[in-house]
Design a binder for this molecule. Structure first.
Ligand code: PMP
Length: 357
């Protein structure tokens, strides 16, 4: 083409966020639930879809779904925002509170999409480092906030890819600091249900805190692309201003509302996965790897005295795909594995033992 339109200068060097799609027997690389939703959910959803008025736009503010999430969390419906995955929630937060001339703080290593979406939204990203054990370093948080007064501060609990949980006192500390500078604290709890604590109880209209969550993991609905956040009503109103009209389709609204009727089944799955996480971590501790304690549905580990990329490839050769974090900053040689079914985990453990033998 003679005069090809030039992409924004600040996007030209950016790479997308991808995880390799390799055809294998045991796919343990994107932290999904290993179990599909309960059959009764799928049956009821199929029946409900028959009644959708396809020629009409969906309820623009997803009234029913927000109300049901609100009662699930004991908050008001105007404190709930819903979107196409929690990634879209984060994007809306950055469209409303980030943007040119503004800053977002992240503490590495953490979920790469926080800085990726921030940059796409034209927000400058400022970073601090976590401790050796990947906990938040409160001195570093203070230094970063004092130096940059970021408009948005990202926490991630449990943190992806390390699994480390920030206890409520830590979130409160960051919140107190951020308030000095007028910053908004975002706690990404995509894996919150697997953890012993949550920041949801700290949310109120008087506090600049928003907690994002998703149906992708606990609710076994990654294919649906549905996420939400709980935050002050003034923040939710701003998110409603920046999101596209009718962004949440009718099927998602029905599916999300219905899924919340299956809370008991979902709680059971979470318990099963947490128990299986204990078994997986114990088994990994018997192998020549370093394992980090996890409050999520995945575990980070580093093979000792072996190149992480080689171990990853050797697992793929045995038809087991895990996430290769070996070349990610601060994660030299690390691999991340989500909790699968006991059979998948056995396949993974057998393959890893063989590779490390
Ligand atoms: N936050 C974190 C920490 C995640 O790991 C993920 C999924 N990889 C998301 C948000 C996005 O989840 P979704 O868009 O599926 O809700």
């Amino acid at each position: 083409m003679r005069n090809r339109p030039r992409v924004r200068d600040d996007l030209a060097m950016m790479e997308g966020y991808h995880s390799p799609q390799v055809s294998v027997d045991v796919r343990l690389n994107t932290n999904e639930s290993p179990y599909p939703p309960p059959p009764a959910f799928t049956e009821q959803l199929t029946a409900a879809i028959a009644d959708v008025a396809w020629h009409r736009y969906p309820d623009r503010v997803a009234t029913g779904l927000r109300a049901k999430l609100a009662s699930h969390y004991g908050v008001r419906a105007d404190q709930v925002f819903v979107a196409n995955g929690s990634n879209e929630v984060l994007q809306c937060v950055l469209l409303a509170y980030g943007g040119p001339g503004r800053r977002a703080a992240v503490f590495e290593p953490t979920y790469a999409l926080h800085s990726h979406i921030a940059r796409i939204a034209g927000t400058e990203v400022v970073t601090g480092e976590r401790t050796e054990l990947f906990a938040l370093d409160l001195d570093v948080v203070r230094t970063v906030l004092e130096a940059h007064a970021p408009e948005v501060v990202f926490l991630c609990s449990p943190n992806n890819p390390t699994g480390v949980v920030d206890p409520p006192e830590t979130v409160q500390f960051v919140l107190d600091l951020a308030q000095v500078y007028g910053g908004l604290v975002v706690v990404d709890e995509a894996y919150g249900q697997f953890a012993p604590s949550s920041a949801v109880s700290l949310v109120s209209d008087d506090v600049p805190l928003v907690v994002s969550r998703t149906f992708s993991k606990t609710w076994s609905l990654a294919a649906l692309r549905l996420g939400y956040c709980i935050g002050p009503s003034w923040l939710v109103a701003e998110l409603d201003n920046v999101v596209l009209p009718y962004h949440l389709d009718a099927v998602k609204q029905i599916a999300g509302t219905l899924a919340l009727d299956f809370r008991r089944e979902m709680d059971e799955r979470v318990s099963l996965l947490v128990e299986e996480r204990g078994r997986l971590v114990a088994a990994l501790r018997d192998l020549p790897v370093t394992v980090w304690p996890s409050g999520a549905n995945f575990v980070l580990f580093r093979p000792e005295d072996r190149d992480g990329n080689d171990v990853w490839q050797a697992l793929v050769d045995r038809s087991v795909l895990v996430r290769n974090c070996a070349s990610w900053p601060r994660l030299d040689g690390c691999l991340r594995v989500p909790i699968g079914t006991p059979e998948e985990d056995d396949r993974f453990l057998a393959a890893l033992s063989e590779v490390l033998a």
